[in-house]
Design a protein around this ligand. Structure first.
Ligand code: PLP
Length: 465
């Protein structure tokens, strides 16, 4: 099958999945000069239509070429061949014939999205709120000789002061039950998930994940050989009855489901814990952004409701502080701790002691609680403005999913409404493993309050009935 796309041919013949074939064809065209620097590529929708493939398939090929520097995306005007693209041939290493294990053929590097016309990116806290001066002071004081002297290969579980601070902090703020020894400091929640996966996932094991859900966790489990079972989430959380019998591990985000924002009801929490106990299964509870809470008291985490030691609690400072600090933690039942510590040691030993020490002081001095209180007021105002505007002005097109925490919210496209995506707002489709659900996921961690109304006004032009 060969198809003309503008001035070039994109052949879908050959090996590999459709994305790989489109990627390979376009890359060849760039390298041999058929596509020249500065030239604009057809929009993914158009290319996909012509080739009769899903739009995501074409988009993934563009993303890969963008990540590799062959293409550049300019918000609002399209995707272009990068000015430096052809030089890459000269610069590139010899191709080589080293291939990763087959599982890696399906792994796409994750996109780091550039801010668009309006910064509604999902999952980012506002860096402007970060207490930079205080942080600088704390980091400075960690860089004393006395501290550096002890910075050798020590306990892989992390800085003792930070482990203690986290145990106290999550005990008070989230009623998570733990002591210092139970806390393992990780390089972000993602490393916590990776270590757990190393310990618990046999190749081919069925792992249940939420649908829609968090792609980095899904891909991570797959990279460890898991077979994923995407289980629908409704207004109460994951449908426990739909978890397949074969699953011995389930990954959930009960405080603020990612990406819908719905909290898991108490009835569902109880049912999930009973399920785990009955089946001898394990629950990973990812509590990534619930510190920012705008109303009603949070429900107790699964970890503190659990009486049978079936829950592994994973937390992150990526939202309360900044993603670049790469600090997260795992609180696991005692039975898993020795292996978890061994896995951490094999992975990277102990992470960055300076950051960990500074964060321990930040928590112990009450600065984290103060920072969260302040940031919560800022995020609450953004959440309220977006929710109210969507309910008032978008009610024919969108139904807002109720949420009371976190840094993003979700709105479902109403039946009969259609939406022409704008590149600066994420769609729910990218979080779906199965049939696409139509909706938007709107982040408000980065956007300033005064940009919300103009941004949503622009967005309104993208809907028709
Ligand atoms: C569901 C979920 N878990 C965890 C994280 C945080 O990951 P990390 O601590 O690795 O930055 C995020 C960030 O967006 C998330 O959305």
């Amino acid at each position: 099958m060969t198809e003309v796309v503008g001035p070039i041919h994109v052949s879908l013949a050959g090996r590999g999945d459709l994305t790989t074939r489109i990627y390979r064809e376009l890359k060849e065209s760039i390298l041999d000069g058929r596509l020249r620097p500065g030239e604009r590529l057809p929009p993914t929708r158009e290319l996909a239509q012509r080739l009769e493939v899903a739009r995501n398939t074409a988009a993934a090929a563009y993303e890969r070429l963008t990540a590799e520097g062959f293409l550049v995306a300019r918000v609002g005007s399209g995707t272009f061949v990068a000015a430096t693209a052809q030089k890459r041939r000269a610069r590139a290493l010899a191709g080589g014939d080293i291939r990763p294990r087959p599982i890696w053929a399906a792994m796409q590097p994750m996109r780091t999205q550039e801010p668009g016309a309006y910064d509604f990116r999902v999952g980012l806290p506002d860096w402007r709120l970060f207490p930079l001066e205080t942080w600088r002071r704390l980091v400075n004081s960690e860089l004393r000789a006395a501290v550096l002297r002890s910075a050798d290969y020590r306990d892989p579980a992390g800085h003792p002061a930070l482990r203690a601070a986290i145990a106290r902090y999550v005990g008070i703020a989230r009623s998570v039950r733990s002591s210092t020894e139970d806390v393992l400091v990780t390089h972000g929640a993602q490393q916590g998930l990776d270590l757990i996966a190393r310990l618990l996932i046999e190749p081919g094991a069925v792992v249940a994940v939420e649908e829609p859900g968090y792609p980095p966790a899904r891909q991570l489990f797959q990279s460890h050989g898991a077979s994923l079972a995407a289980v629908a989430v409704d207004g109460e959380g994951i449908d426990v009855q739909a978890i397949p019998r074969a699953a011995k591990l389930v990954y959930v985000t009960p405080s603020h489901q990612f990406p819908t924002g719905t909290p898991m009801s108490l009835a569902r929490r109880t049912a999930l814990l009973e399920w785990a106990q009955r089946r001898g299964a394990v629950i990973i509870e990812d509590d990534y952004d619930s510190e920012f809470r705008f109303s009603d008291r949070p429900l107790e985490p699964l970890q503190s409701l659990d009486r049978a030691g079936r829950v592994i609690y994973v937390g992150s400072f990526s939202k309360t502080m900044l993603p670049m600090l790469r600090v997260g933690f795992v609180i696991a039942p005692v039975s898993l701790q020795p292996a978890l510590h061994a896995a951490k040691q094999l992975a990277d030993w102990r992470g960055d002691l300076v950051t960990q020490g500074a964060l321990a002081r930040f928590i112990d001095d009450g600065l984290l609680s103060r920072h969260i209180r302040k940031a919560t007021r800022v995020y609450a105002a953004r959440h309220e403005l977006i929710t109210a505007t969507l309910r008032e002005d978008f009610s024919s097109f969108l139904e807002v999913v109720p949420s009371a925490a976190g840094l993003h919210l979700c709105a479902m496209l109403r039946p009969g409404a259609s939406y022409e995506p704008v590149p600066w707002i994420e769609t729910l489709a990218q979080y779906c493993a199965g049939p696409v659900q139509n909706g938007l996921v709107i982040g408000y961690g980065a956007i300033q309050l005064d940009q919300i109304t103009p941004g949503l006004r622009r967005l309104a032009r993208s809907f028709t009935l």
